[in-house]
Design a protein around this ligand. Structure first.
Ligand code: NDP
Length: 598
């Protein structure tokens, strides 16, 4: 049966046109420049509201085998894998007051993981731990982070409330000098940077943003002293407050139900609706958990990656919204009843996507009572143009009398005044504005890290990467010996990011052990190996360019303006599992191919 003969229940051409119109409304010349960086008058937005006591300590000038920058999952897993392999002198440096990273900062009411917790929470088997729910809530994830720190003795040498201000390679000593805002000048033979992909909150760059006289904060620094309640909700101090929330991304989707329940009046300012699919969270079945066989977590993680990168498996172990789109595709392909060409697969993918998004739109229609509000909440773009969301209480919140969706039809809010927010030309007077406006993506790596690196012969990383990233495996960069970069750029991308971080951590641990046991003082990639890897990334990344261009603006496509270096800074195009295999094969081959050893 051909596509034309299928009873789709929608007209693909009409939808394509509608998607184009909605995208065009949102395209803007300033793209990623539209946001206000949290510097100068805005730095108070990033103050840490969770610190109990200020830590006091003398500056450190000691030496470690490995310093890991960042105490989120990436840093913790790296620390754990190093310790597990017998390397003890490992120090994690963390800006926050404890381990946790994303989960240290994001404590907003309703925060929970969206990727199944059995695969999202790292080192579950190592800790003999199975999360309480399929999508567990933030406090349990934060506690798990602390437990990783305890299990692997990472607290011993950790430096909290400490921000790295610079890294400098000491050629003579053959180690890194790590400087911090506490006057430290510690040394380490190896440095692993795990600063996180979404670590710098951003604000919309709109007129009057500094003028508001009421209360205001960003979701990643939730002010419970003002709102009352806690991560589970109960925001009782808002009961006489008019609250505005700006943004309707994955964060807003989780906190809006609690704000709606707590505030006297809630105004949700929307520029683009998120796709809100079924959440279907449930407690973990103890019998199932007891029956898990060794190796279960890795098997499940790989199953998820295969499915979400378009592969076929015998059984979908995860069975959730992330894997569903691929299940749809497979069933459509079977419907056709024969092998498909590449172009036909792309066409099928688009149809499966239309079908999924039609379901998402129908869900809004069904749940939200006011048909105009329901229409405004319908997303018109392909599912992976923006981060898909899964929630069962977000849409019903708009049926509350005290909750008002202020849809700006793609324009965003007009300005902020002393009294509140102006949108669609109307002033909404507010007591509090909450910015659910996300985090910097696509700005320079060193800007997001908060420090620059000075490698061999005074080479700065910001200069080296000014025209695009250059690395081997996304992990090493020439001129910066004994440095590891943990990120998904030029490396694996998976929706289940902690999985990729664990693979990097194991790779780092292997290399550090090879060096320490083999009397190798430095490693850095050869020019040829780096060139070849950059070419490999570029040649694979091109595949998704037209998809990106057709998307509504968002951080997935550099706010709709192709970044000249986005192809080069892309992730490994063949998918996460092939990347992990490639890295494993590299380790098994021995000899650390592509690295110059001294
Ligand atoms: P996002 O960047 O996804 O969302 C920011 C929101 O602010 C968007 O709705 C954006 O609109 C809106 N916005 C920006 N500027 C304006 C403006 N001038 N006027 C009106 N609205 C504006 O940030 P989030 O914090 O929601 O999520 C960031 C990421 O963090 C997610 O994509 C996800 O990867 C991760 N996350 C994961 C969670 C989980 O696993 N459970 C939960 C929460 C977040 P527009 O769409 O038009 O740009």
């Amino acid at each position: 049966m051909s596509v034309q003969e299928m009873d789709l229940g929608f007209d693909p051409d009409e939808l394509r046109e509608k998607y184009r119109i909605e995208r065009d409304k949102r395209l803007r010349g300033d793209a990623n420049e539209q946001y206000q960086e949290m510097v100068g008058d805005f730095t108070h937005y990033v103050d840490d509201p969770y610190i109990g006591e200020e830590i006091e300590r003398e500056p450190l000038t000691d030496e470690m085998d490995v310093i890991v920058i960042g105490g989120g999952f990436g840093g913790l897993i790296t620390g754990a894998r190093l310790k597990e392999s017998g390397i003890d002198r490992v120090r994690i440096i963390e800006k926050g007051g404890d381990f946790g990273g994303t989960w240290y900062w994001n404590r907003y009411p309703g925060a929970a993981c969206d990727v199944e917790s059995y695969i999202y929470l790292p080192l579950c088997e190592e800790l003999g731990f199975v999360p309480k729910e399929k999508y567990t809530h933030a406090p349990e994830i934060l506690e798990h982070s602390h437990n990783i720190g305890k299990k692997y003795d990472l607290y011993k040498d950790a430096c909290f409330q400490t921000e790295v201000t610079g890294l400098e390679w000491d050629e003579q000593a053959g180690n890194w000098i790590v400087r911090t805002n506490r006057g430290d000048a510690m040394r380490a033979r190896f440095v692993a940077m795990s600063n996180g992909p979404l670590n710098r909150p951003k604000l919309p760059g709109i007129n009057g943003i500094g003028d508001f006289k009421g209360h205001t904060f960003h979701t990643s620094r939730w002010d419970y002293a003002y709102t009352g309640g806690g991560p589970e909700g109960g925001l009782d101090r808002l009961k006489d407050k008019r609250v505005g929330v700006i943004g309707t991304g994955a964060t807003a989707v989780q906190c809006v139900p609690h704000l709606g329940a707590g505030a006297k009046e809630l105004f949700v300012f929307q520029r683009t609706p998120s796709s809100i699919d079924v959440r279907d969270n449930r407690p973990t079945d103890p019998e199932w958990a007891a029956g898990l066989k060794p190796g279960w977590q890795k098997e499940r993680m790989e199953n998820f990656n295969t499915l979400t990168s378009g592969g076929i498996v015998e059984e979908d172990l995860i069975q959730d919204g992330w894997t569903e789109i691929i299940r749809n595709l497979i069933s459509m392909a079977n419907y056709r009843g024969k092998g498909l060409q590449r172009s036909e697969i792309a066409e099928m993918m688009e149809l499966a996507d239309f079908q999924k998004m039609e379901q998402v739109r129908a869900r809004a229609q069904e749940i939200v009572n006011d048909p105009d509000v329901a229409e405004s909440l319908k997303p018109y773009y392909r599912q992976f143009c923006k981060r898909p969301c899964f929630h069962d209480d977000y849409l019903p919140t708009f049926n509350r009398d005290n909750v008002h969706l202020i849809d700006t039809d793609g324009k965003g809010i007009d300005e902020i005044t002393e009294q509140g927010v102006v949108a669609n030309g109307e002033l909404f007077e507010l007591d509090c504005i909450i910015f659910a406006t996300g985090f910097e993506v696509g700005t320079d790596y060193t800007r997001r890290s908060g420090y620059d690196l000075v490698g061999k012969d005074g080479l700065k990383l910001s200069d080296k990467w000014a025209d695009g990233m250059r690395s081997l495996h996304g992990l090493h960069t020439r001129g910066f010996p004994n440095l590891f970069i943990i990120s998904n750029a030029q490396a694996a991308f998976t929706t289940n990011f902690p999985h990729a971080m664990d693979e990097s951590a194991q790779h780092i641990s292997y290399i550090v052990n090879q060096c320490l046991s083999g009397n190798i003082s430095t490693i850095e990639p050869s020019e040829e190996a780096e060139d070849a890897w950059v070419q490999e990334i570029i040649s694979q990344a091109r595949l998704s360019e037209s998809y990106q261009a057709s998307c509504t603006p968002g951080y997935y496509n550099n706010e709709g303006k192709p970044n000249p270096v986005s192809v080069q800074n892309a992730t490994y195009g063949k998918g996460p599992n092939p990347f992990f295999k490639l890295m494993k094969a590299w380790r098994e081959e021995g000899g650390m191919q592509g690295l110059e050893l001294s």
